[in-house]
Design a protein around this ligand. Structure first.
Ligand code: NAD
Length: 518
């Protein structure tokens, strides 16, 4: 019956939404306002990670069909960029209301295809919705500077859109990450070609349908499904001026290098290894709950998951309590009342098990072993139970992003040592400290070299009025997602200097000196 619950949700998603297909059909592309079936003969299967049921086949869209989407986005740009900022704000307000009222449909699609729990999936939608809500204040945030620079002479700076833009998305936040780009790119007057993850495109297809209902004109948003070839076409298409990428290091480096060498602006958010520092004076219940939630929530498949805990000095004695807390977490289908769902694929499960096992041959210890976890109601699910291992720099489980429910713990004598470990790590998305001492927190905040710092806050992802600010190996490109940086990414500055004099010039000679305007 549990399996059939998942299937009935699948049918709900299928019955309601044009571009998605649960239970064996095909996912469409969304080109020039229409859902179109690809004519490709290359398809990727989307499977329910709790049951392996085939939910859909996703097209590996051929170049000619991809070009239709780019042509649509190009043809829509002149009119869309000329619409008033109030019209774009109005559409965004409608989009906001539609996403909110279809939150459960989006979350169902995410649970089905991605596997996270229903409540967590709603959080995925909500964090994306918050970007739409921030985009609604475009009438204030796009205001720029103006100065009278000399007699009768003014300079003003305006932010103008780039043209056609593209977004390439990962599997782990099927709604939030498309929504980092859809509102920011379009409200600033650009058009967008979005490529969802081929592993869970359903939420993007629902977001496309909601965009139509909100009044996005044809061609302003296009969704093209596919894999490497479509990504390479995005990197190469001369019409595309900017690419937003979120995903793994390997794909990100490839896209950043290929996109920028083709003259495009590229922002790329990559992998992570986020550390929590646990001080002996921490508020213990809060710290243990926060670390447990951030390490194992979404089965560890978050780029801001806390995947390493550095206990300082005596705080080592809290580790057995963390193990007890992790043991009590319930694992199962995201449609059940559980704490964590399956991993995205059998290969991801194998990789997590392998990296967890690697500590045994590298001098570490497995303190909690979820490798052999099986769920009798979902025997085919890609489950790994919460695991905790002792490891450190130079060991695979520490050095690599595991992207699963395996938490690394290590102990150091002092706060300075903890900061040194974190600063040496190649990634720089985030880090958190749990302490009751303001001076300790302040020192940590000042000395730590990561982009997003939590003080007694486990997943310090800034709300979208701020910008995403990961650093070091966790990003490529200089301009962050959303916030003021997001506006900067999707616009370029045009400064205009004008002179309005009522009388004609008094001299008949042209001045050949560099104008100083003074
Ligand atoms: P992924 O790199 O496998 O896929 C991301 C996108 O790139 C997909 O659309 C995919 O089709 C495409 N792609 C994959 N391999 C490619 C290749 N060789 N050439 C061209 N395109 C390719 O990433 P994923 O597994 O979907 O997502 C998980 C990763 O994303 C993790 O590393 C995670 O940390 C990272 N992530 C980072 C952030 C962040 O903001 N820093 C947020 C979410 C996820």
């Amino acid at each position: 019956t549990l399996g059939s619950l998942a299937h009935s949700k699948a049918q709900d998603v299928d019955a309601k939404w044009k571009g998605t297909s649960a239970l064996g059909g095909t996912t469409k592309n969304f080109v020039h306002g229409e859902f179109v079936e690809s004519k490709t003969d290359r398809w990727v299967e989307v499977r329910d990670p709790a049951t392996q049921t085939i939910l859909s086949r996703v097209p590996d869209t051929p170049a000619s069909e991809f070009q239709q989407a780019v042509d649509s986005a190009s043809s829509a740009f002149p009119d869309w960029s000329a619409t008033s900022v109030l019209s774009r704000q109005g559409i965004m307000l409608k989009y906001q209301a539609l996403i909110r009222s279809h939150m459960d449909d989006l979350a169902n699609s995410i649970v089905l295809e991605q596997g996270k729990t229903f409540e967590d999936a709603k959080g995925d939608v909500l964090r994306g919705l918050q970007v739409v809500e921030t985009a609604c204040s475009i009438t204030s945030t796009l205001m720029e500077e103006r100065l009278e620079v000399a007699k009768d002479m003014d300079t003003h700076a305006r932010r103008v859109p780039l043209g056609v833009t593209a977004a390439i998305c990962p599997f782990n936040f099927p709604a939030m990450i498309p929504l980092w780009s859809i509102p920011m790119a379009t409200v600033t007057g650009n058009t967008l070609v979005l490529k969802p993850s081929e592993r869970d495109p359903g939420a993007s297809m629902i977001l496309a349908e909601l965009a139509t209902l909100a009044g996005f004109p044809k061609g302003v948003l296009n969704v093209v499904n596919g894999t490497v070839d479509v990504v390479n076409s995005i990197c190469d298409a001369p019409e595309i001026k900017a690419i937003s990428f979120v995903g793994s290091d390997r794909a990100g480096a490839h896209i950043y290098n290929r996109g920028t060498s083709n003259g495009k602006r590229v922002q790329a958010n990559l992998g992570a290894k986020n550390h929590a520092v646990l001080m002996p004076d921490a508020n213990l219940e809060h710290a243990l709950n926060s670390i447990g939630g951030a390490a194992f929530g979404a089965a560890g498949q978050r780029c801001m998951a806390l995947s390493v805990v550095v206990t300082v000095g005596d705080a080592k004695r809290f580790v057995p309590m963390l193990v007890e807390r992790a043991k009590s977490l319930r694992v199962g289908s995201g449609f059940e009342d559980v704490d964590l769902g399956p991993l995205i694929s059998p290969q991801a499960r194998e990789r997590v098990i392998e990296l967890t096992s690697s500590v045994e041959s590298e001098g570490g210890r497995i303190l909690l072993d979820g490798r052999s976890y099986r769920n009798s109601a979902f025997p085919e699910g890609n489950f790994v139970g919460p695991s905790i291992v002792e490891a450190g720099p130079g060991m695979k489980a520490y050095d690599q992003e595991i992207f699963g429910p395996t938490l690394v713990v290590l102990n150091v004598p002092t706060l300075e040592d903890a900061v040194e470990v974190i600063n040496r790590n190649k990634y720089g998305n985030g880090a958190a400290i749990f302490t009751n001492n303001g001076a300790t927190a302040r020192k940590f905040e000042k000395d730590i070299n990561v982009g997003q710092v939590g003080i007694n806050v486990p997943v310090p992802v800034p709300l979208p009025m701020f910008a995403w600010s990961g650093n070091k190996g966790s990003v490529m490109g200089d301009i962050g997602f959303y916030g003021k940086q997001g506006l900067n990414f999707y616009t370029q500055l045009k400064t205009v200097t004008s002179l309005w004099r009522s009388a004609d010039a008094t001299s008949a000679t042209a001045s050949v000196n560099m104008p100083t305007m003074s």
